[in-house]
Ligand binder design. Sequence first.
Ligand SMILES: C[S@@+](CC[C@H](N)C(=O)[O-])C[C@H]1O[C@@H](n2cnc3c(N)ncnc32)[C@H](O)[C@@H]1O
Length: 369
Amino acid sequence: MEHTIICGETTEELKKMKDGSVDLIFADPPYWMRTEGVLKRVEGTEYRGCSDSWDHFDSLEEYEKFTESWLAECYRVLKTNGSFWVIGGMQCIYTIGAIMQRLGFWIVNDVVWHKKNPTPNFLGTRLNNSHETLIWATKSRRSRYTFHYKTAKELNLDTVDEEAFEKGKRKQLGSVWKIPVCQGNERMKDEAGGKLHSTQKPEELLYRIIAISSNPGDVVLDPFGGTMTTAAMAKKLGRSSVMIEIDPRFCELGRKRVERTEFEDSPVARAAFDKKPRKVTMSEMIGAGYFTAGESFCLRDGQSAATLLPDGKLLFGGEVMDMHSCAAKARGSAAQRLNGFDVWYVLRDGKPVSVSEIRDAYRASLEEL
Ligand SMILES: C[S@@+](CC[C@H](N)C(=O)[O-])C[C@H]1O[C@@H](n2cnc3c(N)ncnc32)[C@H](O)[C@@H]1O
């Protein structure tokens, strides 16, 4: 996998990229926080929020112009079936969302990142601002975007109790994600040991986005790289990345972070939970020795009902038919066809074993090859 960091102004650099060349974009742009004066904690110490020069704009018009320029380029470089994610706070997300819709983006979901440990509202003048919003969008309503539904369920750790989780129970991942703000060892330090970046995003957030909406080997683009959280998580998950960042210091320290990060092979990284099982036929399994032509197919009670023919069809009451139509007949169902793999059993060591279980064993043997 390749990991590229481009040090430059994002719209200028995006313009150099080819149309439809990336699979997934995650953008964490300047929020235009409009910070003024010095903010003090209750005990009097100074709170360092985001007052960086890159977050300064003179007017809404200027912010809109900037936002439209990089969003339009992102739209162009995104593949037809790619995914676009953007994060923002209350200061900017409505502006960004409105421009996105004007440019043609189709909104799939908005996700609330509920911060488990938000910065308090020191003055007690309004609600504690404990979330940010993410917009997940595609290029059009018809885009056939990647969504690893089962992987998303697997990453949803907080919705079932521990015992149920151990038993493999999972719930659908919803649109409120409880994730702590970036902290501890994850926080990148500057040369003096202080906080390197004012708005570094938590790895878990990016891990989730990349795992559920891209495939192994895909190209992930981040037009506002910062500390390169996106590249680090792309590498961890076996995707390539292209990062753009205007500040050479972040580019340099971020490059070291990506170099330190290793690929971690896992079912989540491989999107293994969502892999569609390979289609296999009865005649193929007869050929592989998993079934024998002439053997009896029975129902769950072990009562013999049909005979397996060499081409995988069944002989039932003097009639030759496929296993699914035969399953419906043998069960006396009103339906024309039932899933024969679930209905039929064969005797192994005198005991009925489901045909579906034998198919699983055959599929597993194919994966080992
Ligand atoms: C909100 S931060 C991104 C933080 C990043 N997601 C992380 O986890 O570290 C935005 C970044 O975009 C960079 N930036 C701001 N304006 C830019 C521009 N016009 N072109 C390229 N980078 C820009 C800033 O230097 C800053 O590092």
